[in-house]
Write a protein that binds this ligand. Structure first.
Ligand SMILES: CCCCCCCC/C=C\CCCCCCCC(=O)SCCNC(=O)CCNC(=O)[C@H](O)C(C)(C)COP(=O)(O)OP(=O)(O)OC[C@H]1O[C@@H](n2cnc3c(N)ncnc32)[C@H](O)[C@@H]1OP(=O)(O)O
Ligand SMILES: CCCCCCCCCCCCCC(=O)OC[C@@H](O)COP(=O)(O)O
Length: 272
């Protein structure tokens, strides 16, 4: 009986292995599927831990979430090479902005997430089952991207509470995932927030995933991701008139860094 199960199990694993070798599409689907299942299951377990330890929605839960998500990279053979972590050590609150390539970014995010830091996320993420629950428990700020006015109102409220709660806020200023190896134009919300709260902006750049991950060509292998935390950009004394300038400055620095980290020096020259 047991032998039967063992043989069946081995046969299924072998079949999956052969399918993965033969078809990149199957390989891709299985790896992404596994990532989603891993997220859903770990979120359920982490949510229980968060409720037991901290009792409800609080940024303190991010420590638990971080500890869990930091183990995910081993399942996918991903390595992170991080530089500039000392740039997070600013006194008090800050806005962190980074490039956003894929749902896999949650691993890169948790690899370096500083204490007392919440992210801004689209409200649709609330409806992803246990993942939505863990994101809610972690204190993520939800915005409605389709309504600029309501998103602005939420962000203005955040600007007020950041100082009191000594919060750092992580925003993906591209506003959506983009896995082309370049940056999309930045939305201005993060920079308005920084100016309203008079706190520094800390740019973070992840090298392009395109060498090991590409949903269009169904590529998903192991790989190395270079991460650089750049020096804070001060906003003291800036007003809303300076936001466009601040956004452009940050965009140029991050684009140059992205090309440098991804080994595309010629285009870094083009953008300067
Ligand atoms: C234990 C296991 C667990 C496993 C699972 C892992 C779980 C991990 C747990 C936890 C991690 C959670 C991670 C969540 C990750 C989420 C990622 C996402 O969801 S990314 C999508 C949402 N993010 C954004 O969209 C960015 C923020 N967006 C903005 O800031 C935009 O600027 C926004 C929405 C406020 C407006 O967007 P617009 O599309 O209308 O475009 P604009 O150009 O920015 O604004 C239009 C005009 O409004 C002005 N404006 C914008 N914001 C303003 C403001 N605050 N005050 C005044 N004016 C403002 C601008 O200056 C512009 O005006 P003028 O063109 O310059 O004249
Ligand atoms: C109901 C079952 C759902 C299964 C969900 C499991 C998926 C785990 C995903 C981890 C959280 C990912 C957060 C993230 O990266 O969200 C994407 C948005 O930032 C940008 O959205 P979009 O590019 O504009 O669609």
């Amino acid at each position: 009986m047991e032998l039967g199960w063992l043989v069946c199990g081995t046969a299924v694993l072998l079949l999956l292995h052969v399918l993965m070798e033969l078809s990149p599409a199957v390989n891709f689907a299985l790896r992404i599927g596994f990532y989603c299942v891993l997220c859903l299951v770990s979120s359920a377990l982490a949510a229980a831990a968060c409720l037991l330890v901290n009792g409800g929605r609080t940024v303190k839960n991010m420590r638990i979430i971080k500890a869990v998500v930091k183990t995910f990279k081993y399942f996918f053979g991903l390595r992170f090479e991080v530089k500039g972590l000392e740039n997070f050590e600013v006194e008090g609150p800050a806005i962190i902005v980074s490039n956003h390539q894929s749902i896999l970014d949650m691993m890169g995010l948790m690899e370096i997430l500083p204490d007392n830091c919440v992210q801004v996320g689209k409200k649709e993420l609330m409806y992803t089952g246990t993942v939505g629950l863990i994101i809610y428990l972690g204190g993520v700020i939800f915005i409605n991207r389709k309504s600029t006015s309501s998103a602005k109102m939420v962000m203005a409220e955040v600007a007020k509470t950041m100082a009191n709660e000594n919060l750092k806020v992580w925003v993906y200023p591209e506003g959506t995932r983009n896995c082309t190896g370049d940056l999309l134009p930045f939305k201005k919300g993060a920079f308005h927030l920084a100016v309203q709260a008079q706190v520094p902006v800390i740019p973070v750049v992840y090298s392009s995933f395109t060498t090991f991950y590409n949903p269009k060509t169904k590529l998903f292998t192991s790989g190395k991701i270079k991460v650089e935390v750049l020096p804070p950009i001060e906003t003291k004394g800036l007003t809303s008139d300076d936001v466009t300038d601040l956004t452009d400055r940050c965009f140029c620095t991050m684009r140059e860094t992205l090309f440098r980290l991804s080994g595309r020096p010629s285009e870094a020259k083009d953008s300067s």
